[in-house]
Every structure is written in C-alpha cells, then in structure tokens.
Design a protein around this ligand. Structure first.
Ligand code: FE
Ligand code: CA
Length: 518
C-alpha cells in the first residue's frame, strides 16, 4: 500500500468518493462504520471477541487477563445481555491441554462488557497460554509470562508510544509481536482523541469533540481494529502508562472544572475497559484507575511506572507539580528503598531539559521542563540516595533522543545520574525532514546533555538488560504506509553497569541521524 490512512481519506474527500470516510464520523451506522474502518485496514477477530485478548502487569505468581465482548465494535451500545458470563483458562501449552487455572468472570454492560481477571497461583518466570469463552464462542489464544524471581541472566522488553491510527499502519506492532521479549511497555498516546484532521495543537474539524464514554469506547475499538496491535497484545504481557491524548491534548490534572472532569472520567473508564490493567487495590473506584506502580523482574530490573497526567498542576508555576504530592513522595520512597538492580522509569513525557536554541527558551513546558523545581527535587533524591543504574524510557516526542540525565541540566559539570531514551513513535507524525535536519544540530548545541537525535523514522525500542549492560536497540520500520513494512535496527546504545552515561555501538555509529555528539 502506498498511502497512509490520512492520505486515503484526503484522496477520497477530493474525489468525492463515498467508500472512504473517517469511521467515527457522526451519523454512520455501526455496520457502515465498520466497513469504513475495514477500508482503512481494520480487520476484527470473530465476534464476540472482536477486540482480541491481552494480558498485563505480570508478577511472579500471576498476571492480569483481559478481553472485551464487542460483537459490533464501533456501535455505541453492544447487542448483548446486561451481564454475560465469560470463561477463562490458563495453560502451560499453546493447545491449552495442561490447564493450570480456570474460572469465570462476569462481563457487564457497566464496564462495556470488559473482563479483567487477576490470575494468581501461577509458577514464576514461565510462559503461559490463555483463552476466553462466551456465548458459545472461544477467543484466540494469547501468550503471556509471569515475572521471574531471584537471579535472572537477561530481560528483554519493547516500548511503544504514539500510535495515531490515521497516521499509518501498525507495522511497528507487527514487529513487536514477533520480538523475543518478556514484556511490552506502552508509554502513552495509545489513542488520539482527534481524527485525521488536526494534530497535537490543532482542534479536529472533521469530527466533533470526543466527550462521552461511548465516544471513547468507539475510539479504542477503532484502534484495536488494526490486527497488528491485537497481535502484539496477544503475544506478550504489557505494562501501560498514559499521556495526554488518551483524554485530550496537553491536559493537566483537574483543570477545567466539572465538564472536564466528566470528560476525563469517561476517557479513563474507556481506557480501563480496553486495557489489561490491574486495579491498584479493591478500594480504587473507577473511573480513576491508579496506574503508577513498581514491579521487579527478578533481581535484575526494577520497573517504575509513572503517571504524569492525572495529578499534575498547570505548567510553569514556581511550586508546580507533574507527579502530584502523593506520587512524588511515593517515588522518593521508591528511590530510597531501591534494590541493587537496573532501575527503569516508564515516563510518558521527556524528563531531560530541551532548549530549542542555545540560551533560548524550552521547547515544550508540557514536559518536565514546565516543572523545574520538582525535577530538581526528584533528581536530587536520586543523587543523595545513591541510586545507580537509572534508565528513563520516554515517549511523546515522535522522534528519538538519547540524553544524559544531570541533576542540573544548566550545569554540564553537575552529577550525571542516568540515561534517558526517548523512542520513535509507532505512527504519529513528527516534524518534517527539513526541520529535523536544521534543528537537530541546533538542539545539540543548545543542550550539552543531548547525545543523539533522529526524527525521520517510526518504530519502537527494544531494551535488553543483563547484570553487566543495558542496551537500547532502536527498531525502525521502512514505511508507516505499509502494514507489513519490515523492521530493522537503526542503532544501539549501551549503558554499562555501575558507569553512568551511554555509548553508541560502534557497528551502527554511522547510521543516519540528524544529530550525534561525538
Ligand atoms: Fe503523541
Ligand atoms: Ca503526548
């Protein structure tokens, strides 16, 4: 295919063709909406498991299993009874013969007929297969994995972010599904609340604002129509955080009052209904799922998942917060109590300072640059607690960066406390090649901690950690307009244990990039 979904829609509009239309346009019947989605590459699983299966939040003795019954994926209301009993099974083999756990769970209309099963009692560090049954049908079989305990020689995981449906096909997720990884981390912008017209800073003119629970449900169901995304969910357990577009561009905390809070509650509920997310506790009532958490992969890696959206204040305030008071004190405690291992922070939005030109203003104060005092406090805590081997993995930017993390970014001689890898987007458009060519070197000069910038490609990162080394492999696809575009490795950066700072692998040091600090 030579056109991405946005181009297809534009071409159809210009030609007055009626067969291509944005599937979430108002007034389409569910069947017509589905046809429109299929014309843009959606291909759903057989009903009622149209949206596939997923697993998430693996711990040593279990994992969270997810599905949602949606016979008419793009309908506002599902043609289903109020409550449907769903069976689930977990086995040690792909054919589901050696069953190790099974049960039933109610799928109720209240939660969009979604099912979240926290399975426990499983063996640690093992691959498991699972499936659901409902209404006389069986879902596809998913593969998952429990976290290991004790010494672990190696962990591999993928990180994805920013997957605007209208900007391309999910060849990157097809790649992730085929990777030999233990788990996947999603860093946010899983959906975009706007349609094919509009962008990160422009209102969508084609489709009305996404405001209600039904709107957000249909949006998630459209995104899960891309078969590669469902493949990636079915292949590995996921950890998830979110960024702004799960609700609305650049939102902060509770700003906006009651109408905004209702909208956010709808967005959060739909997100929960479509993700393999484990409720933090039985007392956490929807629609405010608590997503920040710490998990361990044996004694090798500690993963800290941050929520940089739910509790933030407005940006550029002297006492502003991106974490919120409770999450900040939790994070500082986590830093103080950290075990001797790799520490990975799943961080939706850039931590490192980023000036657009030398001595100039910050490029975006929606990222940590808008919360200077808190960044200083958190990185100061890393320094004073003696936390070592910190790697921050980041999304949002639609371009790849590698940064040294310093306690004071304005002082290049201040302590180096970690490395930040900001990954390419799955599909969401970045800046133009011209902008990147001009501004890569300018950003390099303006930010002495910035080591690498590449903005012309799409893909995901694969991270691999052993007790001695943490490696970031930048996987890129050839063309986001091609659903089966092949994946290659653009370059690899390494961080050696006990030595802060990263270095690029000599084998790929000459790969294309718009900035590289030598
Ligand atoms: Fe994005
Ligand atoms: Ca974002």
């Amino acid at each position: 295919m030579s056109l991405n979904r946005r181009d297809l829609l534009k071409a159809a509009g210009a030609a007055g063709a009626l067969n291509l239309v944005w599937p979430l346009s108002p007034g389409l019947s569910p069947a017509r909406a589905r046809e429109a989605a299929e014309a843009l590459g959606a291909a759903y699983d057989p009903a009622p498991f149209t949206l596939g299966v997923a697993s998430g939040d693996p711990v040593p003795d279990g994992v969270l299993l997810w599905t949602r019954l949606a016979p008419e994926p793009l309908a506002a209301e599902q043609p289903l009874p109020e409550v449907v009993e769903v069976g689930w099974v977990v086995a040690e083999d792909r054919e589901l013969r050696r069953v190790v756990a099974r049960g039933t769970a109610p799928a109720s209309a209240t939660l969009g007929h979604s099912v979240h099963v926290p399975v426990s009692g499983l063996a640690a560090g093992r691959v498991h297969w699972y499936a659901f049954t409902a209404l006389g049908k069986t879902s596809r079989t998913g593969r998952t994995r429990t976290a290991p305990v004790g010494p672990v020689p190696r962990v591999r995981f993928a990180a994805a972010n920013c997957q605007a449906f209208h900007d391309g096909y999910y060849a990157a997720h097809r790649g992730i599904a085929r990777e030999d990884v233990d788990f996947v981390v999603h860093l946010g912008d899983y959906i975009y609340e706007h349609g094919p017209v509009g962008g990160d800073h422009v209102r969508d003119h084609d489709t009305p604002a996404v405001l209600t629970l039904a709107d957000y449900r249909r949006r998630h169901a459209l995104y899960k129509g891309d078969p590669a995304l469902r493949e990636a969910h079915a292949a590995h357990p996921w950890f998830l955080t979110w960024d702004d577009h799960e609700v609305v561009n650049d939102y902060s905390g509770t700003g906006g009052g009651a109408p905004f809070l209702q909208r956010r509650a709808a967005a959060y509920q739909a997100w929960y209904e479509h993700q393999p997310h484990r409720d933090a506790s039985a007392t956490t009532a929807l629609p405010d799922p608590e997503i920040h958490r710490v998990r361990r992969w044996g004694d090798l890696l500690e993963l800290t998942v941050l929520d940089l959206r739910s509790y933030r204040s407005a940006q550029n305030l002297p006492d502003g917060t991106i974490l919120g008071a409770a999450q900040k004190s939790w994070l500082k405690g986590t830093i103080d109590r950290a075990p001797d291992s790799w520490h990975v922070w799943a961080n939706s939005i850039m931590l490192s300072q980023l000036r657009g030109r030398p001595g100039g203003p910050y490029m975006f104060t929606d990222q940590w640059d808008g919360f200077l005092a808190e960044r200083k406090e958190v990185l100061g805590q890393v320094r004073t607690s003696g936390l070592e081997d910190l790697v921050v993995i980041t999304g949002d930017w639609h371009s790849a960066f590698v940064d040294d993390i310093r306690t004071d970014f304005d002082d290049p001689s201040s302590p180096l406390v970690g490395t930040e890898f900001t990954a390419h987007s799955v599909t969401s458009g970045g800046y133009s090649a011209d902008w990147n060519a001009t501004n890569g070197p300018v950003m390099g000069r303006a930010n002495p901690h910035l080591k690498y910038f590449e903005g012309n490609r799409y893909g995901y990162d694969v991270y691999e950690a052993t007790p001695e080394r943490f490696s970031a492999h930048m996987r890129v696809i050839g063309d986001r307009r091609d659903p089966v575009s092949p994946v290659s490795t653009l370059t690899t950066f390494h961080v050696d244990r006990g030595r802060t700072g990263s270095h690029e692998d000599p084998a790929t040091k000459n790969s294309p990039a718009q900035y590289r600090r030598d």
